[in-house]
Design a protein around this ligand. Sequence first.
Ligand SMILES: [Zn+2]
Length: 85
Amino acid sequence: METIRDGFDGATTDFKEGLARGTVHEIGHQFNVARVPREHRPAADNVMFGKSLKDVPANQFLFHPDDVSFLRFDHRSPGSRAAAV
Ligand SMILES: [Zn+2]
């Protein structure tokens, strides 16, 4: 996790909400979403926004549709593969 991001966001928003947002964002990095253009998205309308996560409205703190598609098609879901066929 990025301690600096957690500290920055925690200073300007509810601390627990800052931790939660930072965790979701960093998990996005672990799954390598938002690789294009450069690991972050420029608009404050998704989880992978590249600036302060506090600027993303709560009702838009979601993965960008392109990232959802990437996650669905490039990463296996948990559970039996046979059940999905
Ligand atoms: Zn990031």
